[in-house]
Structures are given as C-alpha cells and as structure tokens.
Design a protein around this ligand. Sequence first.
Ligand code: URA
Length: 476
Amino acid sequence: MYAPRLPRIGTLAAWRDAARRLAAARVPPSAVDWGLAGEEGAIFNADLPAPARHLSVPRAFPDLARVLIPDRSGQGMGVAYTLLLRLQSEPGLLSARADLDVARAHRIAKAIRRDIHKMHAFVRFREAGDQTVRRRFTAWFEPDHRIEETVADFFVNRFGDMDWQIVTPDVTTTFQSGALRLEAIRSTRPDADDPLEGLWTTYYENIFNPARLKVDAMQAEIPKKYWRNLPETRSIPSMIASARNRVAAMQQATPNMPAPAAAHGEESAMTAIEQADLFGAPSLDDLRRDALACTRCPLHQEATQIVFGEGPADARVMFVGEQPGDREDLEGRPFVGPAGQLFDETLAAVGIKRADCYVTNAVKHFKFVQKGRRRIHQRPAASEVQACKQWLTQEIAVVDPRLVVALGATALHALTGDGAGLLKRQGGIESLPDGRPLLVTVHPSYLLRLPDAETRAEQAKKFRRDLSCVHDLLKT
Ligand code: URA
C-alpha cells in the first residue's frame, strides 16, 4: 500500500507530482491510501519512478482536481487519481455523469464548493489593535475542508487594499503590503472579544425583525456551526427566544399594521438575500450598490450607467454575456436589445424561462465609439475585463448557480482566463476554478452578424442545441 504524505501548503502541486509518479508505476487506486494526506511529518515514497510525462487529460480535469484535492478525508484525492488513470483510456469519461466515479467526484466537489462558498461569505475580520501605516485585520475561521489555498485569491481580490490575516486550525494566511503568505501553523480558536464585536452585535440586534423570523431557513443558510464565529449571531438564541413577545408588542404599538405571519404561529418566508442582509454577507443589492460607484476602468466615463446582472438571487443557472449594448446602456438592464431578443426567443424555444435565470455580463459598462449619431460597439480590452471581473466573481459567489453559461469569447475569457478557440469549445462543459460546471456557447449577436442565411440557420440550430443542453442539465 502506498501512502503519500502531502504538505499542507502546496498540496495540489504535491498531489499532481505524487499522482504522476504513481501512474508511471501503474499503481492501481486501490493500492493508494490518501487518507492521511496533509498530516505533518509526511514523506512521499521516494522510491517511486519519475512522474509520468505523457498523461493526457481533458481541459476540465485540472479544474475539477483543484476542487477535489482539499477534501479533508482524502477521498477527493483518491477519486481524482482514479479519474486520472481512467481518462488515459476513456477520454470522454468526464461527460458520463452517470458513471459512478464521475458522480462521486461531483458529489465531493459539490460539498467542497459549498465549504468555499461559506468561507467567502462568513469570514469576519476584526481590526487588530497594533496599528501600522495600513489598517490590519484578523479573522478566525474553521472550514470543513483544506480550502485555505483555494480561497486565498478571493480574499486578495476583495480586500487587497488592507493588511489581513485569516487563521484556521491548520493554516495561517497573511496578506501584508501586497504580499500573500500561507503557513502551516496549528492554531486554536482565539478568545476574541474586541470592542468592534460589541458594535456588530448591537447593529444586528437593531436591524433584526422578529416578525420575519424563520429559524429553519436561517439555519439552512448559515449552519449552526458557523454561528459561534460570527459576532452578529451571538445574540441569535436570545433574539429568537424573545421574537414572539416582540411581535406581540409591535402589534399592540401599531394597531393598523397588518398582523405579521409570526403572530399567527406561522413562520414567514425569509429569503436567502434577506438573511444575507441580516448577517452581513454581501447581497446582490449590496453588490449592485457598490458597483454603481465603480471607477476601476475608464468605461464608466462614457457609459450612461452601469448595467448589473439581474435575475433571482437563487437562480440555478447564470448566463454571462460580453457587455451591455446601446439599448442596455440606456435601459440599465442586460440583454434587452436585439441580441437579448434572440436570446429570449431561443430560451423560450427550449423551455427555459428567462425569469428563472440570472443574466449578467463580463463587463458592466457599454464600450463604444461615436460615429455621427450612432454609438458603435467596441470589444472590451483584456484590462477592462480584468477590472470588472471582481463583480462577476461576487455575483457567482452570491447566486451560487449550479451551472454557468459563457455566451461568447469575452465571457469565456473572463470566466476561465482563456477565450481562445470558442467554436471548438462550443457545446463543451468545462469547470470554473471553483469546480462549478461551465457550458460554453456563442454569443447571440454572433448569429445576428452572420451574413449568410444558411450559415446563420445552421449556427442558430447549434445555439439552440446548447441551450437545450442547459435545460437538460438543470433537470438532473
Ligand atoms: N450583449 C451582451 O453581451 N450583453 C448584453 O447585455 C447585450 C448585448
């Protein structure tokens, strides 16, 4: 039995090396125990051959492996190794969703993505007392899996203008003066009781609306295990306990107010977004509000307004286009011009309701050149896509769709870092860095621009086929 022992920092690279060595030695998955991976004192079996050089894997595999490796039980590493071996003789394996190994990989990836999502949403920074030139913040978090390396970039992008440290039981991640450092340090939960915490708690107690209490939904969105590390949730038990009395008092004080549902002994609905508001994680409204003031690239100077994404905050699918066009810029809504009309018609033809989808763009401001009275669309530059990417990343984190669809090369570039070869990739399912499936298709305006009617009909058919695949994927 081989038992590779991988370091806690650089685990993915170490797994890749170990897997290549094991594959070169034709070691079957059943002869490898990844279970203790990440434990200290680990030494990889040095007597294995040099890593195999010619392993071929589809484009989606590295991204899927990246999500599987942090699995604390080691099962993610195991299934990734199994897939790696099988892919050598079954190149189309990852599309076989019913295959037991593929299904298992997706089950594990889903749990890890959920953990990543929770860490993005529930890390709470507290200001560290020792002031230097830059303000310093620290946070304590207990993830289920070893996702510290995976989430580091998210926090660098989001909080790049301050110094911070996120401490977990296994890893300390420090961002200081623009440099990121991860260290395998064992830590225990600190006794954090700083003055800021009191302010947080008071704030949340004040915005808490007892008439909208729905305990089950609250727990589903923020599982209880996170409560102890969120300052605002410390008061939840007492707020819940007193909610009914407070509702009764509110009713007495305002006799004309319609009776809140909770007063009838029912729990009223509280959406995920309302919960996010309550608990301080950003909501789509927060993002939209922040984006209004965005000046990260020059496009805001000429555009009429920002065109943010729209759709349900819990949509199961997110469509990503390029940038708003002339009509969108004037109306402030995505995909309402000619391309949007074709998009809506194709969605309807395959049985998808646009109202169920979250629709957004890689770039949120219209880029154009003025020619007489007309404003002619210009493709956004890579720097503009990059500047806008943080909004898209946050939309994905908040909506947490099961499937993302890239409409065209700019969206594909924004989502994967590589927009090349769109037509070759069309119809394929790739993985986003967080492991989420990404379906690749063309932009509807590409179809509108095709001069030849026959080619247009042919391409429109392919586009319909891709959206029909979205429909089928959402059913499973
Ligand atoms: N094209 C896009 O990519 N997005 C829109 O919102 C409209 C046209």
